[in-house]
Write a protein that binds this ligand. Structure first.
Ligand SMILES: *[C@@H]1O[C@H](CO)[C@@H](O)[C@H](O)[C@H]1NC(C)=O
Length: 342
């Protein structure tokens, strides 16, 4: 009886020893293997990332020269936009930013807000709008039902967190921000703040673009005032427009998103998009005629054709017809309409 017990004890001890020994051996084998695997993975990733989009310089090329060039040559009449957009993006990309970059684009439809967002995406990310690090969120498409806000909140939070976890330099484009159901803004706020770390993730390298019509009317009115007073459009100052966009009265009218983000100083900069004049729309028409394949180069385009298409669009104020009501937005369909006639 006694001897059996002793035997089993020794046996147990032996097993334990065997186990420990085995562990030591397997631990060192594992360490060696994981080193090989890690090295292999690095090399593997290096090869993979040549072909497949990865979160690194190869795919996030941040071409600020290209960005400035493209905005200067393809965006018409928005001289208040280019400099702040390029400078803020450039400043934010250097070193360790203290918070996520949040640019708020304001203006009527057709003034170029989406267009600028796309040009930014294309010059920052090799795959442009189709990059997996560029997320386009359209308030009306994605959050149509006010009663489903609790569900939307979870979905939005999950989307932002998983995206930034995957790549710190993710760019979120929120289109139609003014139509976002109230309450969803609360979900975005923490990611725009100065936190170094939020649940183990650093959001400070992320970029948020908020596109809205908010203050579009006030911006247009100010442009109109300048015109009425015989002053040049180019004399409108960015500072004045920023004040107009931040006007307290406007917050009451234009909804919560605006006032909440303004009072908490979460927006890095307000970017005003002025209403377009005839000469600007004409440039869009010329671009559209070329990209639509109707002409090879600008000098081939007859002026009468441009005027004919321009006549299809509406301008205000009545009589004077200075500013386009739809900017460059409906230009392509008007071009097709006029050009198919012949
Ligand atoms: C940046 O963009 C410009 C204009 O599109 C282009 O000529 C240049 O090669 C680009 N530079 C890099 C580093 O991609």
């Amino acid at each position: 009886m006694k001897s059996i017990k002793t035997l089993s004890v020794t046996f147990c001890i032996y097993l334990l020893c065997a186990d420990v020994r085995g562990e030591i051996v397997s631990a060192s084998v594992a360490a060696g293997l994981s080193a090989i695997v890690a090295g292999g993975m690095a090399g593997f990733n290096f090869v993979i990332c040549r072909f497949k989009e990865c979160c690194g310089d190869r795919w996030i090329h941040e071409n600020f020269t290209g960005l400035a060039e493209e905005l200067n040559s393809k965006l018409y009449g928005q001289y208040l936009v280019v400099k702040p957009v390029v400078n803020h993006l450039k400043g934010h990309s250097k070193g360790n930013p203290s918070k996520a970059l949040a640019l708020s684009f304001h203006g009527w439809t057709g003034t170029g807000k989406n267009y600028v967002a796309r040009i930014i995406a294309e010059n920052m990310y090799k795959k442009g709008m189709s990059s997996k690090f560029v997320k386009l969120i359209s308030a009306t498409k994605e959050f149509p039902h006010a009663e489903m806000v609790p569900l939307y909140k979870d979905r939005l939070r999950e989307m932002i967190e998983s995206s930034v976890k995957q790549c710190e330099k993710t760019m979120f484009i929120f289109d139609e921000m003014d139509k976002m159901p109230p309450g969803l803004i609360d979900t975005i706020k923490p990611y725009l703040d100065y936190y170094e770390n939020l649940g183990g993730v650093d959001y400070r390298k992320a970029i948020f673009l908020f596109l809205s019509n908010t203050a579009g009317g006030d911006i247009a009115e100010e442009a109109m005032n300048y015109w009425n007073e015989g002053k040049k459009r180019e004399d409108i100052k960015l500072k004045d427009m920023e004040l107009i966009i931040q006007k307290p009265a406007l917050n009451v009218i234009s909804g919560l998103w605006h006032s909440e983000l303004i009072t908490k100083h979460m927006i890095t900069a307000y970017i005003p998009f002025l209403p377009l004049e005839r000469k600007h729309v004409k440039e869009c028409i010329r671009d559209g005629l070329i990209s639509g394949g109707y002409y090879k180069k600008r000098s081939d385009i007859p002026e009468v054709k441009v005027s004919e298409i321009l006549e299809e669009l509406t301008f205000y104020p009545e009589g004077a017809g200075i500013f386009s009501t739809t900017g460059c937005k409906r230009v392509v369909e008007k071009i097709d309409y006029v050009m198919e006639e012949v």
